[in-house]
Design a protein around this ligand. Structure first.
Ligand code: FEO
Length: 383
């Protein structure tokens, strides 16, 4: 794949992986992107997962022909991008490795070797000249690890954005960008909105024509669309007006309440998403919780606590700095319901949540009283 006349894709697609980062399903696989920047000197941008080291080195060789890389730029040390560094050094022992001081410490931890003879340590604003172009390094701590740098090529006006602007899905599969980029972003970087906002500010000062991330497609046009979505996600803003109902149900009664509320809201013209937390991909449910402006949590009391899938769900939200939402609760219990109280306690540290006045309490099954409460909640969520 040609990015520009002098920048070529040398990454790989992974359709074999079962769970990305040990937890995310990737039905359409994932790509580990790597790029060759070919000038008077040649830089390779990042390596790939070790399972694909040979394919990656073949791609580099086939792309460069008789030439050899002068630099390997390591922007991020998570093993999906770094675990072929050793293979690279064996293949190209004279090449320099350009990375942050923290990344070299991590190389020592991962490989027992920080390649001192090959090291070029860079920090904020440092540069490497390849001849007709200069690569400038910009630190991006916690997007997604502390050692991360991103890189700007001033000739082709390209931002190599590390994990930023990445998405699930291999490059040989056609699919919507936003859906899998959102699931990727919220799941993997969601906690670090402030750090992503800081990086967006730095990027705003650059003249960027293309964004080359470490996962997913190169973004070549309409960059404002992608940058705006990143601003919404990292700013914890509402992307979609509407209500998401996240529920668990043991015998179907809480589900009935969730569906009743959905129908009421839709009849009032509200966009609604419903997630059964025991059955949907948890990362999709988490993504929806951040996407919509309003959320209703519906669950049962269980072991004087809440149902396990709801507990896991709320933990996923709070550890990612869940905030800025209107929140409603539906609780169910047959003798001593505590679910609403427990859920509120779990959300206590979340900033800027506005709680609906109309909670819904179900004692085993829907009745006249709980149906009235659902009506009132639906009414309130429409305002
Ligand atoms: Fe794609 Fe944070 O590694």
């Amino acid at each position: 794949m040609i990015i520009t006349d002098t920048i070529k894709y040398v990454g790989v697609n992974d359709h074999v992986i079962d769970l990305f980062e040990g937890q995310y399903i990737v039905p359409n696989g994932i790509s580990y992107n790597s790029y060759a920047v070919i000038d008077e000197k040649i830089a390779i941008m990042d390596s790939v997962d070790a399972r694909f080291a040979d394919e990656w080195l073949d791609n580099i060789k086939n792309t460069l022909g008789d030439r050899k890389p002068d630099y390997l730029i390591v922007q991020h040390m998570e093993p999906d991008h770094s675990s072929s560094i050793v293979n690279f050094v064996e293949a190209y022992p004279d090449a320099k490795i350009v990375s942050s001081a923290k990344a070299f410490m991590m190389m020592k931890q991962f490989f027992g070797n920080s390649f001192t003879a090959n090291q070029v340590v860079v920090g904020e604003g440092d540069t490497v000249s390849l001849g007709s172009r200069t690569l400038t390094f910009v630190t991006a701590p916690m997007v997604h690890w502390p050692e991360v740098i991103v890189t700007y090529d001033n000739k082709d006006k390209i931002l190599f954005s590390a994990d930023g602007f990445g998405k699930f899905g291999a490059l040989d599969v056609e699919e919507d960008w936003a859906c899998e980029a959102r699931r990727y972003y919220i799941g993997i970087v969601g906690k670090y909105g402030a750090q992503v906002q800081a990086l967006l500010k730095k990027a705003a000062a650059l003249d960027i024509s293309k964004i080359c991330p470490l996962h997913g497609p190169v973004l070549k046009e309409n960059l404002g669309y992608y940058i705006n979505l990143y601003d919404i996600w990292s700013g914890y803003k509402t992307e979609t007006e509407g209500v998401v109902i996240a529920y668990t149900s043991v015998y179907g009664n809480t589900k009935k309440a969730a569906i009743f509320l959905k129908d009421k809201l839709e009849a009032k013209g509200v966009k609604v998403a419903v997630n059964d937390l025991a059955r949907v991909d948890m990362a999709e449910a988490v993504e929806d919780a951040f996407r919509y402006g309003k959320i209703v949590f519906a669950t049962t009391t269980y072991n004087n606590d809440i149902f396990p899938f709801m507990k896991e769900f709320i933990n996923h939200l709070t550890e990612r700095n869940f905030q800025n939402k209107t929140v409603g609760f539906i609780e169910n219990g047959s003798w001593a319901p505590v679910a609403a109280k427990v859920m509120k306690q779990m959300l206590e540290k979340s900033k800027n949540l506005t709680y609906a006045e109309n909670d819904v309490k179900i004692m085993s099954a829907l009745d006249e009283e709980s149906l009235k409460q659902l009506d009132a909640l639906a009414e309130e969520l429409c305002k």
